[in-house]
Design a protein around this ligand. Structure first.
Ligand SMILES: [Zn+2]
Length: 246
């Protein structure tokens, strides 16, 4: 009989392999091209009929629409998905920053307990930052704010997982959205400040934003693992709407 360690190791291997295949399948499924959305049927396959969403009849039926903006899909579904995604992301990002700045951290990122505030002599990291300011600022809840004390520079970070819908289009929007907050932080904390939408695991856009992206270098496997719960959520919604057997 194999000893416990062997069993554990084998189980872990099977689990990893299973996770990998399942994640791949879900990633593929989440791409417009692979799914029988109405828009695809009409535009690509030249079938007759409407490209409007079968649930709401308001917008073109695309994966993006179904996963993020359909008025007929319960907001609670979207919220659940966002919460799961956000929780994993917090663990992975914070763990990476802890390593980078010499804060105490576990061996594996998924054992990290996400904290609201992390600080030492080099850095201050605030998760789900909520600005307390004298002025009214519209956009004031970025994912994370990181002040590098040695550089005297602060990053306002909004994170996107690779493959999240319409990443590039949102980027400019995000930068604009946080400008007021950036000015306020510069004034109150007396630092320079950069608004940096970061696509996790992907190269940044150069300059200060690139610097931050580099801190978050995580290998693809880890990013996949962090995305897994959100992908499961996406797949569930897509299967329901598009009538795909699980
Ligand atoms: Zn719809």
């Amino acid at each position: 009989m194999a000893d416990k360690t062997d069993i554990k190791r084998t189980y872990k291997w099977i689990k990893n392999d299973y996770m990998k295949k399942k994640t791949e399948a879900l990633k593929t499924a989440a791409q417009d091209q692979a799914l029988a959305t109405r828009r695809r049927k009409v535009r690509m396959e030249k079938q007759s009929g409407t490209s409007l969403c079968r649930m709401c009849n308001e917008r073109d039926e695309t994966t993006f629409h179904i996963l993020s903006e359909c008025s007929k899909i319960a907001q609670s579904e979207y919220k659940k998905r966002r919460r799961r995604r956000h929780g994993k992301l917090a663990q992975l990002v914070q763990w990476n920053l802890c390593k980078r700045y010499g804060l105490q951290h576990e061996r594996n990122w998924y054992d990290h307990t996400a904290e609201k505030v992390l600080e030492n002599e080099k850095v201050k990291i605030i998760w789900d930052f909520s600005a307390q300011t004298d002025h009214v600022i519209q956009a004031r809840r970025p994912d994370i704010v990181v002040k590098d004390k040695e550089m005297n520079h602060t990053w306002i970070i909004d994170i996107t997982m690779p493959g999240d819908a319409r990443t590039e289009e949102k980027e400019r929007e995000k930068i604009e959205k946080y400008q007021d907050l950036a000015r306020e932080i510069s004034r109150l904390w007396m630092t320079s400040t950069t608004v940096a939408p970061v696509i996790f695991g992907a190269p940044g856009a150069g300059g200060r934003r690139e610097e931050f992206s580099k801190m978050l270098e995580a290998d693809e496997k880890e990013v996949d693992r962090a995305r897994f719960p959100a992908l499961l959520g996406s797949a569930r919604i897509l299967r329901k709407v598009l009538d795909i057997p699980g």
